[in-house]
Design a binder for this molecule. Structure first.
Ligand code: PMP
Length: 399
């Protein structure tokens, strides 16, 4: 049987065997004792992964990242509110559009327009200057925008939101459980993600944690959210499962929820800390970047501090185009094309998050597939040296 291709797009990602096994079981009742225990434990563990306080509220529901983005918007914002969106790419555009559809007045602080072929996020001081102007209720930012590979200064933005008395929403879909985020000590109000990224599940769950302040803001709304997105509908359900009792509003995705329990237990069970998870992502990203550099490749983010650790957005070198992704796939590794509306024909993306990071041989397989595909298309580069550079970083930081 041919070897299964290695899935190295920035989500869905390769998941652990334990997660595959849990998701593949016969579905259980949503009120079965075993399921109640699994969902209750998963919700508790979400606080550990999010580094969130006891007064915060985790929500896990069927849907995707987009579902919980809409959930955050509809529970914190109502028609006429002023909101500020820190725009670092395609998914920030989406957040701004959702806010508009909810009837908010949206101010966007944009990064560079990409006209020099690179991307730069707006700075915290750009955002501060914009915040001064109006009476904003919410600041929203994309922790890592998957379209640009840009990481924003989430801690700095949290501090700013607190200083200005503004609620903060962070889209962590391509960051949560990969990039450091300290929900409670940084004072964030909503941090959301989807199951198919660094959390390490198949797609199908939307995950978010809301602060006590955010829940109060929902209670104060005069225009309720759509029922399926309403925190007030979901709150008693989440609380019931955490208290290990059955409850029903809308049927949970039982197989995925059981898999979530396994994934989070692998991550933070037995007292394991998120520090190890964050540093594994950082070290792996540095190793992959060392390889890209040897292959003569440049990244789309221009500012080194803004380069995400969960994926690489890599500019095509001279003479190479979108054929590259197919040539890499022929070598057994699946990577993704560009996504930023203006720049998408000029780069490709490689995800490096979750379970695959525990297998350096799979990272090497990726580096070799990219290097060999580049050579086949006429960009001469040294694949062996690139793999070596990758291992050097992995070894150096292991000590
Ligand atoms: N935000 C970001 C940063 C994303 O990467 C994605 C998905 N790639 C989304 C939001 C939307 O998530 P989903 O596709 O699960 O709806």
């Amino acid at each position: 049987m041919p070897k299964r291709p290695l899935l190295m797009i920035p989500g869905p990602i390769e998941v652990s065997r334990g997660v595959v096994a849990a998701a593949a079981k016969h579905p259980s009742s949503h009120v079965a004792p075993g399921f109640i225990e699994a969902m209750g434990r998963a919700l508790e563990n979400m606080r550990r992964v999010w580094l969130a306080g006891a007064d915060s509220q985790p929500f896990a529901l069927a849907g995707s990242g987009t579902t919980v983005m809409d959930m955050a918007v509809h529970n914190l914002v109502e028609p006429g509110d002023q909101v500020l969106v820190v725009n670092s790419g395609y998914f920030s555009d989406r957040m701004a559009e959702m806010m508009r559809r909810r009837g908010a007045h949206v101010t966007e602080v944009k990064g560079s327009d990409g006209s020099d072929g690179f991307f730069v996020a707006p700075t915290v001081s750009d955002v501060e200057a914009a915040l001064g102007g109006r009476n904003f209720k919410v600041l929203a930012a994309t922790h890592v925008d998957t379209s640009t590979g840009v990481l924003v200064d989430a801690k700095g933005l949290c501090r700013l939101a607190e200083k200005h008395g503004v609620l903060s929403i962070f889209d962590g879909v391509c960051a949560t459980a990969g990039e450091r985020f300290e929900m409670s000590s940084w004072g964030a109000d909503v941090y959301l993600t989807a199951s198919q990224k660094a959390v390490g599940l198949p797609p199908g769950l939307g995950l978010m944690v809301a602060s006590a302040r955010a829940l109060e803001a929902r209670s104060a709304l005069s225009v309720a959210p759509p029922m399926s997105l309403d925190w007030q509908q979901w709150l008693p359900i989440m609380k019931a499962y955490e208290n290990r009792s059955p409850s029903y509003f809308a049927t949970p995705a039982t197989s995925l929820m059981a898999a979530l329990d396994v994934a989070l237990n692998e991550m933070v069970g037995d007292g394991k800390s998120m520090d190890a998870v964050f540093s594994l992502h950082k070290r792996s990203a540095e190793a992959m970047r060392a390889a890209w550099q040897v292959l003569g490749l440049e990244l789309l983010p221009k500012v080194p501090a803004e380069v995400a650790h969960t994926l690489s957005a890599i500019r095509f070198p001279q003479g190479i185009d979108g054929q590259l992704m197919g040539a890499i796939a022929q070598r057994g590794v699946i990577v993704a094309g560009g996504l930023h509306p203006k720049l998408k024909a000029s780069y490709f993306r490689v995800g490096h998050m979750g379970d695959v990071l525990l297998r350096p041989q799979d990272l090497e397989r990726t580096v070799r597939a990219v290097g060999e595909a580049l050579n086949a298309l006429g960009h001469k580069c040294d694949t062996d040296m690139a793999a070596q550079a990758m291992y050097e970083i992995l070894r150096k930081t292991d000590r």
